[in-house]
Design a protein around this ligand. Structure first.
Ligand SMILES: C[S@@+](CC[C@H](N)C(=O)[O-])C[C@H]1O[C@@H](n2cnc3c(N)ncnc32)[C@H](O)[C@@H]1O
Length: 475
């Protein structure tokens, strides 16, 4: 575990509150561009203001952190253009074929910069984003490492606007035997957004992968300083969260260890980060989860989306563990780490059927040679006419049957089987099945990435894609 020097940390402590009218408005490295009146600071509705950047970085930065002067409509337009311009660009003119997205779903790490070895992992307490776009929008108190804030602020257009579904699609309420949980208040389809939330707090955790139980254990004082910075409402919301660790460790650490959401890597730091949210941290666990969270650095929010259909009044679940592991291992991990015994259908059934199905899925994943932009299984089938026409259909249907029997729809490896099946039906010119599976692939792509990843265009017209007829069955 990395140890952090509190003495030197004090030098990089940034004030919490955003006061109106600060800064001189000149742009230099390490300072912000003043914001337009569309940016509103906390506690000063409508004020023209920004957060002065008091931290001076010892390293040359590749780009000055900027915050463009533009309104949210313009930001949203730029976002659309950037999305359209990404690797997964789709062309919808009738002349060109629609490109079916290849390989895995896009990685959320496209902003990950090269990390300078000179960066010392000094902690930096700060508040992000540095401004808000709408009155009442929450901010996140962060414990970062040197260089992270600059890298995040150098993302063009940061922070992007975000909106929540209206009316609200969930409520937080007591659940028998599970403390508090989240329940759907409408029917929610696969890929649909349940909510988007700015975390209460966010922490850069480690520079390397470590066992789950120890990875959150920052020195307690660092966490305390972070919590002391919270505004009154967020402070109360943080302390209202569950602490499953009792008095085995400081209370704040217990809350972190119970409620932290692993959000992976953030720009400017090669280690893992975690966030605690007011509502998303209330979602309980199932080994057959119906929802998945994903951190989006541009909006600085966690989005919770359905990965399986959720009916009105049903509980929303995520997975706290590697749910393809055998039941006994999952139970052990959940009991040690979160102090509960899982009673989800897969754990409760007590039969070996679920373990066997999950073991098969694990082996299938491990043996799968699909890489980012190359899927040898599909490529060989398309080009090698000696292979049976239904080879891909049989493999995909077998795997998807297993996934569906286990109600397991998590991650890019799982979505890959739906993508493959959709492509195979396009290649075989089977229009009805192509439409059915392309639609499922599109919904799961959205559930896993937050956007359609190029699949919506394929849904509209599978016959106009570059996969259509690639493996036309000879008459
Ligand atoms: C991140 S919190 C989830 C919200 C929590 N239920 C609450 O009351 O605030 C994790 C804790 O919720 C409880 N929990 C989560 N999933 C559960 C489940 N499937 N069965 C029983 N308890 C569960 C455990 O106490 C666990 O330590």
């Amino acid at each position: 575990m990395t140890t952090l020097d509190l003495e030197s940390s004090a030098k990089v402590f940034e004030p919490r509150s955003l006061r109106p009218g600060q800064g001189n408005g000149t742009m230099q490295r390490g300072s912000f561009v003043p914001l337009s009146k569309n940016y509103i600071t906390r506690g000063s509705p409508g004020a023209v203001s920004y957060h002065p950047h008091s931290y001076s970085h010892p390293l040359p930065l590749s780009a000055a952190p900027t915050s463009p002067v533009m309104n949210s409509a313009l930001l949203s337009l730029i976002h659309q253009i950037q999305l359209h311009d990404s690797n997964h660009r789709v062309t919808t003119t009738s002349r060109d074929k629609i490109k079916v997205p290849s390989g895995f779903l896009p990685s959320p790490e496209h902003y990950r910069p090269a990390i300078s070895k000179d960066i010392i992992p000094t902690p930096l307490w700060t508040t992000l984003p540095h401004c808000i776009l709408r009155e009442g929008e929450p901010l996140t108190d962060c414990l970062l490492r040197a260089g992270m804030k600059e890298t995040i602020l150098s993302i063009p257009g940061f922070p992007y606007p975000y909106t929540n579904p209206s009316p609200q699609r969930y409520k937080i309420k007591p659940i028998r035997g599970k403390g508090i949980g989240m329940v759907a208040t409408v029917d929610i389809d696969v890929g649909d957004l349940i909510l988007v939330e700015r975390p209460l707090v966010l922490m850069a955790i480690t520079t390397y992968a470590v066992p789950p139980e120890s990875y959150l254990q920052q020195p307690a004082r660092l966490q305390e300083i972070l919590i002391e910075r919270l505004q009154r409402q967020e402070y109360e919301e943080f302390f209202a969260l569950h602490n499953c660790k009792g008095n085995t460790r400081p209370h704040i650490q217990g809350i972190f260890d119970t409620n932290s959401i692993g959000i992976g890597r953030l720009p400017g730091f090669d280690g893992q980060c975690g966030a605690v949210c007011k509502d998303i941290s209330r979602v309980n666990h199932s080994c057959s989860p119906n929802a998945e969270w994903r951190f989006d650095v541009e909006t600085f929010t966690v989005a919770l989306r359905a990965i399986a259909p959720i009916k009105n009044s049903e509980q929303v679940f995520v997975s706290y563990t590697d749910s393809l592991r055998p039941r006994a291992e999952r139970q052990k991990h959940l009991l040690e780490r979160y102090k509960f015994e899982c009673t989800c259908p897969s754990c409760a059934s007590g039969s070996h059927k679920s373990d066997e199905a999950r073991m098969t899925l694990r082996l299938i994943n491990e043996g799968d040679k699909c890489e980012d932009h190359d899927d040898p299984m599909l490529r060989d089938w398309v080009h090698d006419r000696t292979k049976p026409d239904d080879m891909i259909l049989v493999k995909c249907h077998k795997t998807i049957d297993l996934l569906e029997s286990e109600k397991y729809y998590r991650g890019a490896r799982c979505v890959l089987w739906y993508q493959r099946l959709a492509k195979a039906y396009c290649a075989l010119e089977d229009e009805d099945n192509a439409r059915k599976w392309v639609q499922k692939a599109a919904k799961l792509a959205r559930a896993n990435t937050g956007h359609d990843a190029g699949w919506d265009a394929v849904v509209k017209n599978p016959k106009n894609t570059d996969w259509w007829g690639l493996r036309r069955v000879k008459p």
